[in-house]
Ligand binder design. Structure first.
Ligand SMILES: CC(C)(COP(=O)(O)OP(=O)(O)OC[C@H]1O[C@@H](n2cnc3c(N)ncnc32)[C@H](O)[C@@H]1OP(=O)(O)O)[C@@H](O)C(=O)NCCC(=O)NCCS
Length: 152
């Protein structure tokens, strides 16, 4: 799936975004205040897909790096390429601004590790006990940022 159908989120999507990320992330969900901060962040990229909202992506472009904070898709809409479409659109928006990408993912999140791995992200390190429940974070990197998506 290409990045077609992906759009920039605005405050009109605030409540949908809060509910979607709470459902998708449970105890790791952002508070409403943290969600609000992402709408106006300089260098922030906040994208959505689906009407009503089925998935979203949040990233920061800091200097020449893309920091991918989160991609999440509603549970009943998974394995339909929506997260891949969000990722494609995210990289398109970072093109010409960022040359490398970084992200952190829970070590026990097998689905997300497979997802990012399938798109060319490499596991390059770990942050022990990074999450509040003691779970490690896996650090992933994509450099250069625009490898062909398919690693399958
Ligand atoms: C990870 C997540 C975003 C994937 O969303 P998705 O829309 O289902 O992903 P896609 O359909 O675009 O999948 C693209 C590819 O990623 C891989 N993939 C996705 N989910 C996978 C899973 N559960 N197991 C193994 N591989 C998976 C596959 O290679 C897949 O291609 P395929 O379906 O053709 O085999 C989704 O599971 C999710 O929202 N999880 C909860 C939130 C989360 O943990 N986000 C990441 C934290 S940073």
């Amino acid at each position: 799936m290409s990045g077609e159908g992906v759009y920039a989120l605005s405050r009109t999507h605030r409540q949908e975004l809060i509910e979607l990320q709470e459902a998708a992330l449970g105890g790791e969900a952002w508070t409403p205040g943290m969600v609000d901060e992402e709408f106006d962040r300089p260098g922030g990229v906040l994208l959505g897909v689906g009407e009503p909202l089925q998935g979203f992506a949040c990233a920061w472009i800091v200097l020449d790096e893309l920091h991918l904070l989160l991609i999440a898709v509603e549970a009943t809409s998974r394995r339909r390429g929506l997260a891949r479409a969000l990722h494609t659109a995210l990289l398109a928006r970072a093109r010409g601004r960022a040359s490398a990408g970084w992200l952190e993912v829970r070590a026990d999140n097998a689905a997300a590790r497979c997802f990012y791995g399938s798109l060319g992200w490499e596991e390059v390190g770990a942050r022990p006990r990074y999450y509040t429940d003691g779970c490690d974070a896996v650090v992933m990197r994509m450099a250069p940022l625009y490898q062909p998506a398919a690693k399958r």
